[in-house]
Design a protein around this ligand. Structure first.
Ligand code: UDP
Length: 238
């Protein structure tokens, strides 16, 4: 069952259910993909049909931030909770380290994915990283070939939104992987270059405030959150 917010359908699942589904999809024939939209992406989808189709076409649509959870509440169709993409990815890697599935890291500036791979293999003993590629390429062909040749089961696609969602929809099958997950700036965090907000901020639903304080140039993007809530309230009335 999906909860619709401004045209985007979110899967009403807990973290455990999401991870179980991710593990199942990674083991299922064909290419599947997961998206983790925040309010900013939902707003972008209102003006970009291709992005909307890419997001709604995903096999799993997870409510990345507290804003989406508020939006669902405003609409009277509450979600079970938020399922942050980065935590979904961490749980998934834990399971992959146990079941021998291999991972390809795609995205971020040159050198970042390599660093992330090294750190992740330390954090998840047994995790197999089949390959990496930066996110600043001009042609898809060589990248798809690299992923296919690596034989990876799962690909973390970290190209920023909505680029990564469109990329996964267009190229999922050609990677040969069973599961692709769109994860925005996660490789920057996994590499240790960017730090996540302290847990207290995360628990209070204020991770966005921490990110804003660290990087004030995000203010334009952040203003999408109140706008999103106003639009959600508008959807309820109409
Ligand atoms: N990025 C990329 N290729 C591009 C544009 C962006 O690999 O053409 C990367 C960028 O280096 C960063 C991530 O995509 O690692 C986007 O991070 P951001 O925090 O903006 O994404 P969010 O999680 O907020 O969607």
């Amino acid at each position: 069952m999906r909860v619709e917010i401004l045209g985007v359908g979110f899967d009403n699942v807990t973290m455990d259910q999401a991870v179980a589904e991710g593990v199942r999809l990674a083991d299922t024939e064909g290419a599947h993909y997961v998206v983790t939209p925040n309010p900013e992406i939902v707003e972008a989808c209102r003006e970009d049909q291709e992005a909307l189709e890419a997001v709604n076409g995903a096999d799993l649509v997870l409510a990345d931030g507290i804003g989406v959870v508020y939006g669902a509440k405003i609409l009277g169709t509450p979600l079970k909770g938020r399922v942050p993409g980065i935590e979904f990815a961490q749980h998934l890697m834990g399971r992959m380290a146990q079941n021998g599935k291999s991972l390809f890291l795609l995205g971020a500036k040159p050198g970042v994915a390599e660093k992330a791979a090294e750190r992740l293999q330390g954090q998840y003993p047994g995790l197999r990283v089949a390959g990496v590629h930066d996110g600043y390429f001009q042609e898809d062909g060589p990248v798809l070939e690299a992923i296919r040749a690596s034989g990876a089961d799962v690909v973390f696609v970290c190209l920023g939104a909505p680029k990564q969602e469109k990329w996964m929809r267009r190229n999922g099958e050609a990677t040969g992987a069973h599961l692709l997950v769109g994860l925005g700036g996660c490789l920057d965090v996994f590499s240790g270059e960017v730090r996540r907000a302290p847990e207290a901020f995360q628990k209070m639903g204020l991770e966005w405030l921490y990110r804003l304080a660290k990087n004030p140039s995000r203010v334009g993007r952040m203003m999408k959150l109140p706008l999103f809530l106003v639009h959600a309230a508008g959807q309820k009335k109409s």
